[in-house]
Design a protein around this ligand. Structure first.
Ligand SMILES: [Zn+2]
Length: 256
């Protein structure tokens, strides 16, 4: 059984080597590491270069929580210069639950400006995009539809099922995090989407709830997502692992 953790912020993990080792032991064969801002993009490039013994894949981008316009050109240059090394542009998107963007106005306009610039770049470079869409699912969908994008992933999808149906109709993908163990919205999404369009992720080191209390996630916790998804889909774990691994490789254009 092979697994792919498709969303990790490796630069934020305290014990990087330990976490990667434990992931490998748990059967996590591949890990995509995503950037958030100029600094973290540089850090994950460094981690990618210094951990060649693991199957790491890179995504670079500016997250809607870090909408610093002054860094946009520099991040775009970084993405261009790494075009042969990156698996995707991400994590990019809109977040209307973010304090500066709860209401229409400057905060949202800035997120949108950065998102659009990076969508254009992904189109130009013919790369998949990893979209953060919390509270802004419909607006993210309308925007990605405007570009000819190679692949689109709505990461950690917890939005409404009617928008999910449109996402799937477009041929786009979603990913599910360990919140699947308790989030009604994530569970509804898991039931609706076919396994061929679902990727597994942890968004490590995000902390999640569990029966034993809160825990700080690391890539090996993708096993929790697998277990819960196999229960919800009433399919055995090996089968779900195989389908979602293949879907991840297809999405990121990885031949393996
Ligand atoms: Zn993330």
């Amino acid at each position: 059984m092979r697994l792919f953790d498709t969303h990790v912020h490796l630069n934020q993990i305290e014990d990087v080597d330990g976490a990667l080792k434990r992931a490998k032991e748990a059967g996590i064969d591949k890990i995509l590491i995503a950037g958030l801002d100029l600094e973290s993009n540089r850090q994950i490039i460094e981690l990618y270069n210094t951990h060649k013994e693991y199957n790491l894949y890179l995504a670079l981008g500016i997250h809607p929580f870090r909408p610093e316009k002054k860094t946009l050109e520099e991040v775009c240059d970084l993405i261009r210069s790494r075009r042969d090394n990156i698996a995707a542009v991400g994590e990019i998107g809109l977040d209307y639950w973010y304090k500066e963007a709860r209401k229409k106005g400057e905060g949202r306009d800035l997120q949108r400006e950065l998102f659009v610039a990076q969508l254009k770049l992904a189109e130009e470079l013919d790369k998949p995009v990893i979209v953060h869409s919390r509270g802004a699912w419909g607006d993210c969908l309308s925007l990605v539809r405007e570009y000819q994008l190679k692949q689109v992933l709505f990461h950690w999808y917890t939005g409404p099922v009617d928008i999910l149906k449109e996402i799937l109709n477009e041929g786009f993908y979603i990913s599910l995090s360990p919140s699947l163990e308790y989030s009604k919205e994530a569970q509804a999404a898991a039931r609706e989407a076919p396994p061929e369009k679902i990727l597994l992720e942890t968004d490590s080191p995000v902390s999640y709830k569990s029966a034993a209390g809160r825990y700080v996630s690391e890539p090996k916790d993708v096993l929790r997502v697998l277990k819960k998804l196999s229960e919800l889909k009433e399919m055995d774990k090996e089968k779900i692992a195989g389908i979602t691994y293949k879907a991840s490789c297809t999405f990121f254009n990885i031949t393996d």
